[in-house]
Design a protein around this ligand. Structure first.
Ligand code: SF4
Length: 192
């Protein structure tokens, strides 16, 4: 699986202590994409078994109860994603996945048969391309208002609704002289 980064513990992309995995590669090319460096489908390629062991180690160390998978677009690597989600489903209390596909596209097979199967192992799905003009501060956990939250595990709905009362959260991580911002950013307007 092509991986952009793994960070933990993350609190800005879902409730509780979370392990966050960003996949590498997305062909959707949304204007204003918050992670343009993750669009190119190259760089780190790691076999799923090794990746899962690494994820487990980090999750144990940080007492993570939740997993967030973002990108890039994780559903553009649906075979690998399915392998990871089958394992994660038993380990984590909730699994949140972001994708640039809409749920209808996934159900129609646009992300392959594995993409359809992935839906069985996702508790919360946030779908759709980012639309810069629809970035609104009241869209907690979502970049733009066209994106929808699907509680595929309905038990998670009250937990997420309580979490989202805080509004958007942004965190920064510093590593190897690089600063990484996680969470959902407001659209910045340049008046100059
Ligand atoms: S779907 Fe997400 S990662 Fe892909 S280009 Fe759009 S905003 Fe960026």
């Amino acid at each position: 699986m092509r991986i952009g980064r793994i960070l933990s513990p993350v609190h800005s992309l879902g409730p509780g202590e979370r392990l966050c995995l960003w996949t590498q590669g997305c062909s959707k090319n949304c204007e204003g994409c918050v992670s343009p460096e993750l669009q190119k489908a190259s760089e780190r390629d790691i076999d799923e078994e090794t990746l899962w062991k690494l994820m487990l180690q980090i999750a144990e160390k940080n007492n993570c109860t939740g997993l967030t998978v973002s990108g890039g677009d994780p559903l553009e690597q649906s075979d690998s994603l399915l392998t990871i989600l089958e394992k994660a489903h038993d380990r984590f209390e909730d699994v949140l996945v972001y994708t640039g596909f809409t749920i209808n596209e996934i159900q129609k097979g646009c992300a392959g048969l594995s993409g359809i199967k992935c839906l069985n192992y996702i508790d919360v799905l946030i779908d759709g391309r980012y639309v810069k003009e629809l970035n609104a501060t009241n869209c907690v956990l979502r970049g733009s208002s066209n994106q929808k939250i699907y509680y595929l595990n309905e038990k998670m709905q009250p937990i997420y609704e309580e979490y989202m009362k805080q509004g958007r959260i942004v965190e920064t991580f510093a590593h190897n002289q690089i600063t990484i911002i996680t969470g959902i950013l407001n659209e910045v307007t340049n008046y100059e």
